[in-house]
Design a protein around this ligand. Structure first.
Ligand code: ADP
Ligand code: MG
Length: 247
């Protein structure tokens, strides 16, 4: 479980994360929604220890990762997979090298890595023909799948996704959401997904709405379209009037 308590992050005197509290239930998928620039990516970066909060606690399985030294933090981070916005593949490496990059860095040979990469390709429903392709030869949806396969190489118990479907057409987006959902069920991972896609609500368990540095709403995804919370009502329909400031 991820438990965030009174988390604050300031840059100078700009407060981005503002005394935020959030409990992410174990084994479930939680969507985080909110306007651009609200601090969604920043929240994920604090959860994986990439950015140190100004104050507050982030408990991962009851360990406060904000208090750990680098070595202890690296140990905790083995539980995590992080799927970057825009897949973030390395253009000069082919698909198997991209997926196996953490094993390459640890000195494993190609013969060790390829069978594991093939296994992960199967999980993300890509054929073995893609092993030797370069990122420039992949469609947007394929690149996202490769990015996901790279994350799966460490068998993470927690997967954090930063806008995994931004830039995809609606059909490809649906396929990626189905894939995320199936992986969720198959491995019983805990997933946190930053998204602008309301399509994800069919697959997620919970929705958390980030507004002015806090979680302004947290509730079940399957009831979200009937939800009478004024923030949620306005935001998911893109309405101009309501408690959310529009510019
Ligand atoms: N490393 C940083 N240094 C200074 N400001 C940052 C840094 N990271 C994020 N910010 C600021 O925090 C705000 C939220 O950013 P971000 O988390 O990327 O928003 P979102 O992902 O919700 O669109 C932005 O105003 C951004 O400029
Ligand atoms: Mg972002």
């Amino acid at each position: 479980m991820i438990e965030i308590r009174n988390l604050t992050k300031k840059f100078g005197d700009r407060v981005i994360t503002n005394n935020l509290n959030l409990t992410v239930p174990k084994g479930q998928m939680t969507a985080i929604i909110g306007r651009s620039g609200e601090g969604k990516s920043l929240l994920l970066k604090q959860i994986i220890g990439l950015i140190k909060p100004t104050s507050g606690e982030i408990l991962i399985d009851n360990v406060d990762i904000t208090k750990l030294n680098d070595k202890q933090l690296n140990e905790q981070l083995k539980k995590f997979g992080y799927v970057f916005q825009f897949a973030a593949l390395l253009d000069s490496l082919n698909v198997w090298q991209n997926i196996g990059i953490s094993m390459l860095n640890e000195g494993y040979s190609k013969n060790d890595i390829i069978p594991i990469v093939k296994d992960k390709l199967k999980l993300v429903q890509l054929s073995e023909d893609t092993l030797y392709k370069y990122p420039s030869e992949l469609s947007g949806g394929m690149a996202k799948r490769v990015g996901l396969a790279r994350t799966l190489i460490t068998n993470p118990k927690i997967i954090l996704y930063d806008e995994p479907t931004t830039g995809l057409d609606p059909v490809t987006e649906r396929r990626i959401h189905e894939l995320m959902f199936n992986l969720q069920k198959q491995f019983n991972v805990t997933s946190v997904v930053i998204t602008h896609s309301t399509d994800l609500f069919q697959f997620a368990d919970n929705v958390a709405f980030l507004y002015q540095g806090r979680i302004a709403y947290f509730g079940p995804a399957k009831e979200i379209w009937q939800c009478d919370d004024p923030y949620i009502h306005q935001f998911i329909r893109g309405l101009p009037d309501g408690p959310i400031k529009t510019y």
